[in-house]
Design a protein around this ligand. Structure first.
Ligand SMILES: Nc1ncnc2c1ncn2[C@@H]1O[C@H](COP(=O)(O)OP(=O)(O)OP(=O)(O)O)[C@@H](O)[C@H]1O
Length: 508
């Protein structure tokens, strides 16, 4: 034993001496070059390739790291025996409902893909010094190292990473961890993202959405075709994106429709607050930070920006920070770099930048479609224009089912007939109808009686209003005819001017 200790001590002394000798004799640059050379030699003779996937690339979060983490989490959970230790860390993200298994520092996991074994290692090292950055970086550098045999690399690396991305997306969607993101001026979340996120838990679905069933089926089939259309978009050379414009009076379900779309496709929502975006560049950066399989929404687009009459506005100097053409005009649009312009928005939706990422849906909503610039409406930009209308009879039946749990049979033929008579003429929004039903939801009969009463009153008012307008139009027509005939009579008797004077006197 004593001999063993003695030889250990001498070995350590030799090592310490050699180290001191090397650092004294050889300058650090030479040592660095020597280490590099040694690494190269090692790589030449090693039969493995190593790939590092760090959590943060530059100042951005590496999406691949997140995907690998999710994928390995599922793999580690299902095969604890494949890891090098029996210990896994369990975490639940802030906005997540699912528990995630994670590898601890230096843990290894063996995975198999297409019959080839690969090894993943999780590396966590303290960050040595805070390099200058516009956001605080985590105190630890985390990353995964993938080890693949050199002979397997050419035919497994790409498909394997692709497979991991697909699996990670599947896991994310299975966990139903969908998020609602929004932007606010200059704010960045803890990961440096310009979007702030909360879990998206809106209960609206196409089943609960009150609208014409034919239109609804058309939209659902369009969404399904879009989501399954990767091959089509690749074949035709089109960017994998689609635009919907939802328009109609307030309370007709435009926001509910967006939620139903997101729930149907299991997509995230990015609710873009355009008034918080100051420049086209900022808009582009926001777009770059959206993920695939998402719906990007700009609500009330007519109120968000002054997007009408480009030519008229070209001369206007001061329109606040969101005006189309503030300050000195730029070459392309007449705007400058300090405002969001219509052209910036159009680039956002269908320019080159709109294609970063894929499988994205743009939805614009407005209560006043007539206020929008035709450039926004032309075909190819917003692929589908959906008019969200006042409540009609089929929509009413859906609302009765939603709020009172009533089928048409429960309501009864006579009541149905009365409702059908007045629903369209009443021009009430689904939101207004919902209010009446919610108020009386504990007493179905009362709810139906009150609903028919409210609808009848509104229908009658509309009919009276219509009658009054018609009467006014008839009177106007008569007036015009009278003037014409007097003019004709006056012209015959000495001039139009006289005829007009006569008409004015006769009208009193
Ligand atoms: N078509 C509809 N189907 C089911 N519920 C609806 C519908 N339209 C409105 N509602 C009900 O009315 C409320 C308001 O609707 P929503 O916010 O979707 O309307 P909107 O058209 O987006 O209104 P705004 O233009 O004011 O934003 C919703 O919470 C929903 O309960």
């Amino acid at each position: 034993m004593k001999e063993l200790w003695t030889s250990m001590a001498s070995l350590m002394a030799v090592w310490a001496f050699s180290r001191t000798f090397l650092t004294t004799v050889f300058p650090p640059e030479l040592l660095f070059a020597f280490t590099k050379l040694f690494q190269r030699l090692f790589n030449c003779f090693s039969s493995y390739c190593y790939y590092d996937i760090t959590e943060i690339e530059g100042v951005n979060t590496n999406e691949l790291y997140t995907a690998v983490q999710l994928y390995l989490s599922a793999t580690a959970a299902s095969s604890c025996s494949a890891t090098s230790s029996n210990r896994l860390s369990l975490t639940r993200g802030l906005n997540s409902s699912a528990i995630t298994f994670a590898l601890s520092h230096s843990d290894r996991l063996i995975d198999e893909f297409n019959g080839v074994s690969v090894v993943w290692e999780h590396i966590v090292i303290p960050r040595q010094s805070q390099t200058f950055s516009w956001r605080p970086l985590p105190e630890e550098k985390r990353g995964f190292t993938l080890r693949i045999n050199k002979r397997d690399k050419p035919y497994i690396l790409e498909p394997y990473l692709e497979f991991i991305n697909i699996k990670a997306n599947e896991i994310r969607r299975k966990n139903e961890d969908r998020l609602l993101h929004t932007n606010s001026r200059g704010s960045l979340d803890s990961r440096g993202h310009p979007w702030e996120s909360v879990p998206f838990k809106h209960p609206s679905t196409f089943d609960t959405l009150a609208m014409d069933p034919v239109k609804k089926a058309e939209i659902m089939s369009d969404l399904r075709d879009f989501a399954d259309g990767q091959a089509f978009y690749t074949r035709t050379g089109r960017a994998w994106k689609r635009g919907y414009l939802l328009y109609g009076p307030p309370g007709t379900g435009k926001s509910s429709m967006i939620a139903a779309m997101a729930n149907f496709l299991k997509y995230d929502i990015y609710d873009l607050e355009l008034t918080e975006v100051q420049t086209n560049l900022e808009l582009r950066k926001l777009l770059m930070k959206t993920s695939s399989k998402s719906i990007i929404v700009i609500e009330d687009i007519d109120c968000s920006l002054n997007l009408t009459n480009r030519k008229e506005n070209a001369g206007a100097g001061d329109r606040g920070s969101f005006g189309l053409f503030d300050g000195a005009p730029d070459v392309e649009t007449g705007g400058n770099n300090n405002s969001v312009t219509l052209s910036g928005l159009l680039n956002f939706t269908d320019g080159l930048w709109s294609c970063c990422g894929s499988e994205r849906i743009f939805v614009f909503t407005t209560n006043h479609i007539e206020k929008l610039d035709p450039a926004l409406l032309r075909s190819g930009r917003m692929d589908m224009h959906v008019f969200m209308s006042y409540c009609n009879f089929p929509s009413l039946k859906i609302l009765l089912k939603n709020y009172l749990g009533c089928t048409p049979e429960d309501v009864g033929t006579e009541m149905l007939r009365r409702l059908e008579e007045v629903t369209c003429a009443a021009e009430m929004t689904p939101a207004d109808v919902s209010e009446v039903l919610i108020k009386n939801r504990r007493d179905k009969d009362k709810a139906l009686r009150e609903l028919v009463e409210v609808l009848s009153i509104r229908a009658e008012k509309n009919r009276n209003g219509l009658r009054r307008i018609e009467a006014e139009e008839v009177a106007e027509e008569e007036e015009k005819r009278e003037v014409e005939s007097l003019k004709e009579g006056g012209a015959a008797a000495g001039g139009g001017h006289l005829a007009e004077e006569t008409w004015k006197t006769t009208r009193g």
